[in-house]
Design a protein around this ligand. Structure first.
Ligand SMILES: *Cc1c(COP(=O)(O)O)cnc(C)c1O
Length: 463
């Protein structure tokens, strides 16, 4: 399978090179040149597969023999053997037509584990095969860092450094990252906010000499391997509902930040999964909701919310969707992205907007509504949602069709965001793995928010 850039100037990459490249050299994002098509017969065969078996079938279509099937199987099996549920991503009926797809049974209790356990093992595999050094460098607002560290801690040939904004991630997220004492892990607590961390990373990666000399690799959600791993649970949930006798359309509601998770759903549909609507749920940071409903993609004012992993103004995976919306025309995508840089906005109207609204429905869910949803589902169903999941459930309530099934993606365990849960006087018992973190020693270094300070720490870490 060949991977190409959304901007049309990078092409001819195989799966492994696409994973290693991360961001395409021409500044675009990597996509498969042709999306594999899955027939009805194949879907029928896949319907009874276990999660790892299904992942093997789907990923094989993209890996396309670059990793021998038995080795890919071993990678997938070890990635999902760390999950606490034998179903990996169990589906649970909440009420009437509403289901939740629990994506938080991995080691760090957030859906990022599904992609990052796999990507960590994949990097380790590539390092062993090619005898190459891999230095992962990333910034996190909380979940990605914890999950990426958990994916590669203690693995040979790999070092990982994660920047987080000091004091601006939830307590549990901070503990998950910093109580890891493996020598291949470095946590930098940066004086500044998440945007500062992301800017530093971007600039260090843009320094091509530095990047190549020190073997820097990315783990952010633009990496195609992450998207691929996430398509699996859309198929899996769809089959679970069929196996439980659900008939009629099956819609998905997705709490969205960087557009990675919902893009995976879009890709699954393009492969041939006959799912219904994709409901895009945002919080007050609603650039994507405005894009779907009004055709305007323009960053607004930044809001801090109870769902911090969705506090994002520029969605890094959006360009992938734009590529398909514009008819897979790299030149058209480049022109739009160039205009976005110059004018700070992208607008679509007429037939294009109609297409967007056929692909997605969207709602933005504000803080009060988020907490009210948590409270109501807790009272009525005895089920505790995390604030991100609550945005998806609230959006499903607004936009899901009556009498038709909607699957709301549950992207984190509520224990990770107790700060919000406490506000509505709900007391939760932490899972033992999370409770145990509070007694462990933290390992992190504080740095000022400058490239030089971070670079100095990295040089010491790599030596
Ligand atoms: C990352 C994250 C999201 C947003 O996912 P995207 O792929 O960035 O759209 C939603 N909820 C939680 C808990 C997350 O960690």
């Amino acid at each position: 399978m060949e991977f190409i850039s959304t901007r049309g100037k990078t092409a001819g990459l195989g799966f492994i090179d696409a994973v290693l490249m991360g961001l395409a050299d021409d500044g675009g994002l990597l996509v498969p040149k042709a999306i594999p098509q899955v027939s009805g017969d194949t879907l029928a065969k896949w319907q009874q597969l276990s999660y790892p078996e299904l992942a093997l079938e789907i990923m094989s279509l993209y890996v396309d023999g670059e990793i021998p099937r038995d080795e890919l199987k071993a990678l997938i099996d070890s990635s999902y053997s760390t999950f606490r549920s034998k179903d990996v991503t169990p589906v649970r009926k909440l009420k009437d037509d509403l289901y939740v797809l629990e994506l938080f049974h991995g080691p760090t209790f957030a859906f990022k584990d599904i992609a990052l356990q796999f990507l960590g093992n994949l990097y380790s595999y590539i390092s062993r095969k090619n005898h190459s050094i891999i230095h992962i460098l990333g910034a996190t607002s909380g979940d990605t860092g914890a999950s990426a560290i958990e994916g590669v801690r203690g693995k040979e040939g790999i070092k990982i450094c994660i920047l987080h904004p000091k004091g601006k991630v939830s307590k549990v997220q901070e503990l998950q990252m910093t109580t890891v004492d493996d020598r291949n892990v470095l946590n930098l607590a940066v004086d500044g906010n998440f945007d500062d961390c992301q800017r530093i990373i971007k600039e260090l990666f843009a320094d091509v000499n530095f990047k190549n000399e020190y073997h820097l690799r990315a783990i952010n959600s633009i990496n195609f391997a992450r998207i691929l791993a996430q398509t699996v649970y859309y198929f899996y949930a769809y089959f679970e509902l069929l196996n439980h006798g659900v008939t009629g359309p099956i819609h998905f509601s997705v709490p969205t930040g960087n557009f990675g998770d919902i893009f995976a759903g879009y890709l699954a549909k393009k492969m041939g999964l006959p799912a219904g609507k994709l409901i895009l749920a945002t919080n007050e940071n609603n650039i994507l909701e405005r894009f779907v409903n009004d055709g305007l993609y323009q960053p607004g004012e930044f809001h801090m919310t109870y769902s911090p992993s969705m506090d994002i103004q520029v969605a890094s995976n959006f360009e992938r969707y734009l590529y398909y919306l514009l008819g897979e025309d790299g030149a058209a995508v480049s022109a739009r992205m160039e205009a976005f840089r110059a004018e700070g906005r992208i607008t679509v109207e007429g037939d294009l907007l109609a297409q967007v609204q056929q692909d997605f429905a969207a709602a933005s869910v504000e803080n009060d509504d988020c907490l009210a949803t948590i409270g109501q589902v807790h009272d009525d169903e005895g089920y505790l949602l995390d604030p991100h999941t609550a945005c998806g459930v609230a959006a499903a309530g607004q936009l899901g069709a009556r009498g038709e099934a909607t699957v709301a993606l549950a992207t984190a365990h509520p224990a990770k965001f107790n700060e919000a849960i406490e506000l509505i006087q709900i007391e939760q018992t932490f899972p033992t793995q999370i409770q145990a973190l509070f007694d462990k020693t933290q390992h992190q270094k504080q740095v000022s928010g400058t490239n030089e300070a971070v670079k100095a720490e990295l040089l010491q870490f790599y030596s």
